[in-house]
Design a binder for this molecule. Structure first.
Ligand SMILES: [Zn+2]
Length: 299
């Protein structure tokens, strides 16, 4: 239902913009590599793209329009990805502004949002749509999700989550509950898994020394290639380049199958407001500790 609505809205949007700004979408057929313009964003980003096309209309004089053409406008992992041909300097600032606006606009409804992951998939969403997306990961399926929305809860003053969201913005508590409801099972490790994973400790300690507090494993699927999420609990925030260095070091030691997420104690205290709520809740609810040393006794 929602998907069909989105599909219809999207087709209407494509028709309207090509009618209003035909030269920006023209397939010139100059080369055999010319492909139709790809536009693939959800309705929440339609208005910001519309504004972008209008700004380009205003900035590119008729004489220069022959060389201009959009190639691709799409959401790639919650980032607005824009490719075009021609008159770069005329449009670069408005293209960058569209990207900045997209970074804080819900892809579904355009309300204020930010980029978060659910089960490895990144998207920009408002709290309401984040909760909806979380619940698609609910292991109980549609019926369990329906029950979740409609059951009054003591912690919500005997209101149901649906009622609470009707009244206003999502409280932290509600986001926490949706996160919990969406968590995968905690991994079960056999002896061989454990032995291999212990090898992660020296790699991570070489990167972070005393700042590394503990290591946990979640979303572990040994049958698939990406076999788990490695959660590093840190004494302080870690910068992007340090994170990248650690990912490289892990890959060099044969752990490229583990997705590394680094979390601070502050994040764990308020998962709903952390930059990566999903990973925080994995650490708290759906992960197992990776032992630091090989135990001499069974544990
Ligand atoms: Zn939204």
């Amino acid at each position: 239902m929602v998907a069909a609505d989105h599909e219809r809205q999207h087709r209407a949007f494509l028709a309207a913009i090509q009618l209003r700004h035909p030269w920006q979408f023209r397939n010139r057929g100059v080369s055999e590599h010319d492909e139709p313009v790809q536009i693939n964003v959800s309705p929440g980003w339609h208005a910001l793209l519309q504004r972008l096309f209008e700004e380009v209309e205003a900035r590119v004089p008729e004489a220069e329009r022959g060389g201009f053409r959009w190639r691709r406008l799409q959401s790639t992992g919650g980032v607005l990805d824009i490719h075009f041909d021609g008159v770069r300097e005329r449009v670069l600032s408005v293209v960058n502004r569209a990207r900045d606006v997209a970074a804080v606009s819900c892809e579904q409804c355009a309300r204020a949002g930010w980029r978060r992951q659910v089960a490895g998939r990144y998207q920009v969403d408002c709290d309401r749509h984040f909760i909806e997306r979380l619940l698609t990961a609910h292991r109980g399926g549609d019926r369990a999700v329906k029950r979740w929305w409609n059951s009054p809860q003591p912690s919500l003053g005997e209101h149901s989550p649906a009622e609470v969201l009707q009244q206003g913005p999502a409280p932290e508590l509600l986001i926490d509950q949706a996160l919990r409801a969406a968590m995968p099972e905690a991994p079960r490790l056999n002896g061989a898994h454990r032995q291999r994973l212990e090898g992660v400790w020296p790699v991570m300690q070489a990167q972070f020394s005393e700042r590394l507090r503990s290591l946990r494993l979640a979303e572990f699927e040994p049958g698939r290639r990406a076999s788990g999420t490695l959660l590093g609990l840190m004494a302080s925030d870690v910068g992007g380049s340090e994170h990248a260095n650690a990912v490289n070091a892990l890959a060099r030691r044969g752990f490229s199958d583990l997705r590394l997420r680094l979390l601070s104690g502050e994040d764990l205290e308020r998962p709903a407001r952390a930059s990566d709520p999903w990973s925080c809740m994995l650490a708290l609810e759906a992960s197992v500790s990776i032992p630091r040393y090989r135990p001499s006794l069974p544990d």
